[in-house]
Design a protein around this ligand. Structure first.
Ligand code: ZN
Ligand code: ZN
Length: 177
């Protein structure tokens, strides 16, 4: 796994798992491939449920009410799962850093990659660049998707064009009454 300077792969992988949860373990592993992870994971019966717990923990970071709370939660998660950084060159990925020991389960590896990646994303791009879709903040709106803002201007508030349009229609109606 390449954790680039912005932690982009890892935090986008976490959001993808949160927004579109795979039905089985194979689906989780497939998603890690889509986001650029190459390493094989030892298979264990608790992998699917264990990864769900990792994502639920990550969602508390997404939903943290302020920067201090967000930092505190993320620090606790990193303390629980990461190890000192080390250089590695597995699977022809080229030299990169791992923040974990070798031989961990799929959920443990994802917990390490996601917590460090999220910390890198927030500290390099901005602590506010992780949130629920703004459309879903309106009463009665069904969207609960996570938005990872990796845009240049840092103003992405909606998970999709559909949600942005729905919010725009609501604003328009509000102005008319
Ligand atoms: Zn790696
Ligand atoms: Zn949305």
């Amino acid at each position: 796994m390449h954790l680039n300077p912005y932690g982009e792969y890892a935090v986008l992988l976490a959001a993808s798992l949160a927004n579109d949860w795979p039905a089985d373990r194979a689906g989780i592993e497939e998603r890690t491939r889509e986001f650029g992870m190459t390493q094989p994971f030892p298979e264990a019966p608790g992998d699917h449920a264990g990864t769900r717990r990792v994502i639920d923990g990550w969602l508390t970071v997404v939903d943290a009410p302020g920067e201090q709370e967000r930092a505190g939660l993320l620090n606790a998660q990193m303390a629980a799962v990461t190890a000192y950084p080390r250089l590695t060159d597995h699977d022809d990925e080229g030299w990169h850093l791992h923040y974990r020991d070798d031989g961990h389960s799929l959920p443990h590896v994802l917990a390490a990659v996601i917590s460090v990646g999220t910390a890198l994303h927030l500290t390099t791009r901005g602590m506010h660049r992780l949130a629920r879709c703004a459309a879903g903040q309106e009463p009665g709106d069904p969207c609960s998707a996570v938005v990872v803002d990796v845009t240049r201007n840092g103003r992405q508030r909606y998970c999709s064009v559909r949600c942005a349009n729905r919010a725009a229609v609501r604003r328009h109606r509000a102005r008319r009454v």
